[in-house]
Design a protein around this ligand. Structure first.
Ligand SMILES: [Zn+2]
Ligand SMILES: [Zn+2]
Length: 393
């Protein structure tokens, strides 16, 4: 699922991945989807409907002239800015100046910004707990900066659901020892609360607890995987009311690309249990960490440079509403990123009832043969493309 130009990324980073093929070859059911999923886009110009073969799809509600701005997705949830680009790409607006270092570098949190305004907005977006979380991660990464985050994963098998469950279960005991240690230490530090005394009375911290924590911290670190998890749980902590938008996305039950990838997530979970601010620990569970990967896998959009046909891949993010557009190799919708917002416009005149499609392929992939395109779509997004361009004889 890694984009071909970025062998080092470590999580679901498909450039414009959404799970479903065009429904062009199927007949849409009548009327809108019974109830619109949380986070689905809703306007006068188009509607989201269920289709018999392609899941949910988006259809024009009226004639849409070429160039019409149809949707602005400003609902970024979790995102990863790959560590190697953090000095050059603004942590807030993702602007990039041909590889020049940005004027403002916040070494404490490990992000750079194009302006103090972006820095401020980033701080507000993350909140004080979120900013503390990034500081904790950055401190750990700096301490271990000699280690790489690169994994050679070509040709490796995706772990099965059974392997995934086993990997998470294997660290359960260690995780609960770390969690207990952190909670008891915190309550000792603020022992004025009556609840704190209760906790201390019921749990005795032993060598075993401390060993579990130091063992976790000694494990190999994967900064981009940690950033993925941290960004997801900070977002969840700050926007609990929007969590159903993420849950409503098409999921992938085997989202890890290889055994190494799965292991990096499990290790990062333990690292974060050991270092994150306490208010975030209740969000940090194997279930939530897995859920973030399972929803991101087929729904993330690549964050690319705007200046050079997007040849630089900086990272990726999940904008739930944007995920409702299906793929076609001959799309009628053009998408463009403006800062943290995706804009969708009619690329040509679209008649009432026509399906609105974007392409998940990069510029290069888009130009290749039918067989190559179908191969990429199958490998990265798991579907057999049946769009008119692929079906044409
Ligand atoms: Zn900026
Ligand atoms: Zn196609």
């Amino acid at each position: 699922m890694y984009p071909s130009d970025d062998p080092t990324s470590t999580t679901a980073s498909s450039a414009r991945s959404i799970s479903r093929p065009s429904s062009a070859s199927s007949t849409p059911s009548r009327g809108p989807a019974k109830s619109l999923p949380a986070g689905a886009p809703s306007t006068q110009d188009f509607e989201v409907r269920d289709t018999p073969t392609a899941g949910r799809a988006v259809f024009a509600s009226r004639f849409l002239p070429e160039g019409t701005l149809l949707w602005r997705s400003d609902d970024l949830t979790l995102y990863v800015l790959l560590r190697e680009y953090r000095r050059e790409v603004c942590g807030q607006c993702f602007s990039y100046d041909y590889g020049r270092d940005l004027p403002i570098r916040d070494q404490g949190v490990g992000f750079a910004f194009c302006s103090t305004q972006c820095q401020d907005v980033w701080g507000i977006w993350n909140g004080s707990v979120g900013v503390d979380a990034w500081r904790a991660v950055e401190a750990l990464v700096k301490k271990r900066s000699k280690e790489g985050d690169k994994m050679a994963e070509e040709g490796l098998q995706r772990p099965t659901s059974k392997a995934i469950t086993k990997a998470w279960e294997e660290v359960e005991i260690q995780a609960s020892l770390i969690r207990t240690l952190r909670e008891v230490e915190q309550s000792t530090a603020s022992s004025s609360s009556p609840h704190a005394t209760e906790v201390i009375e019921s749990v005795r911290i032993t060598k075993q607890h401390r060993k579990a924590l130091s063992k976790a911290l000694q494990r190999k670190i994967s900064p981009d995987v940690m950033a993925f998890i941290v960004s997801g749980i900070i977002w969840y902590h700050n926007n609990p009311q929007d969590w159903p938008k993420v849950l409503a996305l098409a999921d992938d039950q085997t989202p890890y690309h290889s055994a190494d990838d799965l292991a990096a997530f499990v290790r990062s979970y333990l690292h974060l249990l050991a270092i994150l601010p306490l208010p975030l620990l209740s969000y940090l569970s194997p279930e939530i960490v897995f859920l973030l990967s399972s929803r991101d896998s087929h729904n993330s959009f690549g964050i690319r440079s705007l200046e050079d046909d997007g040849s630089e891949f900086f990272g990726y993010g999940c904008w739930p509403a944007a995920s409702y557009f299906n793929h076609s190799c001959g799309p009628n919708i053009e998408q463009k990123r403006v800062g943290r917002v995706w804009e969708f416009r009619a690329g040509r005149d679209i008649g009432e009832g026509g399906e609105l499609n974007i392409t998940y392929l990069s510029g290069e992939e888009w130009k290749t043969s039918r067989e190559k395109r179908k191969g990429v779509l199958k490998k990265n997004w798991g579907f057999d493309c049946a769009c008119p361009r692929c079906e044409a004889i």
